[in-house]
Ligand binder design. Structure first.
Ligand SMILES: C[S@@+](CC[C@H](N)C(=O)[O-])C[C@H]1O[C@@H](n2cnc3c(N)ncnc32)[C@H](O)[C@@H]1O
Length: 344
């Protein structure tokens, strides 16, 4: 991997991502003569040296794609030495810390260096990342990975307990990022590391009690615009919705109850009654039969607008594909607390 010098074809010593499916990817280092076993059989490294990134490679029992390793793909495939930050949070961190080419960033702990790779990509070609880790083996492993990925010039890894001994940096950083169990102990030193012109700070914590303590400490140290957010992925389910065609004939009108006689909560039910979703597997005939049933729907789903549809009209109804957001969004990893230090 070299995030700085992108190249089109696979070369020896490259780290590449083998894509066998959305949830079946592997990061491997290309070595002439080596073989990697996949569920589609053996992949000879020699066979992919020289192929263009993104191309399809045939294995004995199927094919895969060879992808160039972006920080996002690295985050999905890296060896976990700790819990890591995922792309959802990383994108918010990069945006809120205003990371850009030339920025100097201080980070602790390094952990599995998932976030570090994205930070480095954002601050290239003349920025620098100072990353601190108190677990010696993790610090060493991260350093080896950066070297392996052609990033060693843009990052300094220090093996150190930043809560006890601080960063020992003064007036250098545009941004500081903390992923520590007791971030408040590192905050005074983080403040010192920020440039005199000011800068942004972010602390990632899984528990709200940690957030409360960090916010209090940030305020005490003179940070402003303190705000905490949680990033969750919003999944959309593709479903078929059946909407019965309205019948405006006089006979039908008479048999319908008058809207004004309805209680407010009943009226809401009546408005949504025609809407019916069926799962992708439901055969067409069953879909038509279940026009007025509301079995699988939740009120949240009914409230959701259909963004994208390909309609199909029959005599009985109009059916269309819709992206339905799920009522609940699981996936809490932690809270991101951001703050600004203004020039004194
Ligand atoms: C959850 S991991 C960080 C993961 C990282 N953000 C990533 O995306 O891969 C937290 C790391 O902080 C380190 N750590 C905890 N306390 C520390 C301290 N006082 N000084 C330096 N590192 C510390 C731990 O050893 C651990 O590796």
């Amino acid at each position: 991997m070299s995030l700085k010098n992108y190249h089109d074809t696979v070369q020896e010593n490259d780290t590449v991502i083998l894509y066998l499916g959305y949830d079946n990817m592997h990061a491997i280092k290309i070595k002439r003569g080596s073989v990697f076993q996949t569920k589609y059989g053996a992949l000879r490294h020699n066979n992919i040296i020289g192929t263009t990134y993104g191309s399809r490679v045939q294995c004995p029992k199927g094919y895969l794609y060879v992808l160039y390793p972006t920080p996002e793909l690295w985050t999905s495939n890296l060896p976990h030495r700790t819990q890591i930050l995922y792309t959802t949070d990383i994108s918010m961190v990069s945006f809120q810390l205003d990371l850009k080419p030339g920025a100097v960033v201080v980070e602790s702990g390094t952990g599995s260096a998932s976030l570090s790779h994205s930070i480095i990509r954002s601050i290239l070609p003349d920025g620098h990342l100072y990353t601190f880790e108190f677990h010696q083996e993790r610090a060493q492993k991260a350093e080896e990975e950066f070297k392996d990925h052609g990033l060693a010039d843009y990052v300094t890894v220090t093996h150190k307990d930043v809560c006890q001994f601080g960063f020992d940096l003064e007036n250098v950083a545009d941004a500081v990022f903390l992923d520590l169990p007791v971030p408040w102990d590192a905050l005074p030193s983080a403040k010192k590391a920020l440039k005199k012109q000011g800068g942004r700070i972010c602390s990632f914590s899984p528990c709200i009690e940690q957030v409360q303590k960090s916010c209090a400490c940030l305020a005490e140290l003179g940070f402003e615009e303190i705000s905490t957010m949680e990033c969750l992925v919003r999944n959309y389910d593709v479903r078929t919705i059946n909407l019965p065609n309205p019948d405006f004939s006089k006979e039908n009108k008479k048999s319908q109850p008058h809207r004004k006689n309805k209680k407010p909560d009943e009226e809401e039910t009546m408005d949504t009654t025609p809407l019916n979703e069926t799962s992708e597997e439901t055969p067409q005939s069953e879909e038509a039969d279940s026009c007025n049933s509301k079995d699988k729907q939740t009120s949240e789903e009914l409230d959701t607008p259909a963004w994208d549809y390909i309609g199909k009209k029959t005599a009985a109804n109009f059916s269309f594909k819709a992206g339905i957001s799920l009522g609940r969004m699981p996936g809490h990893t932690g809270y991101l607390t951001f703050a600004t230090l203004y020039p004194i």
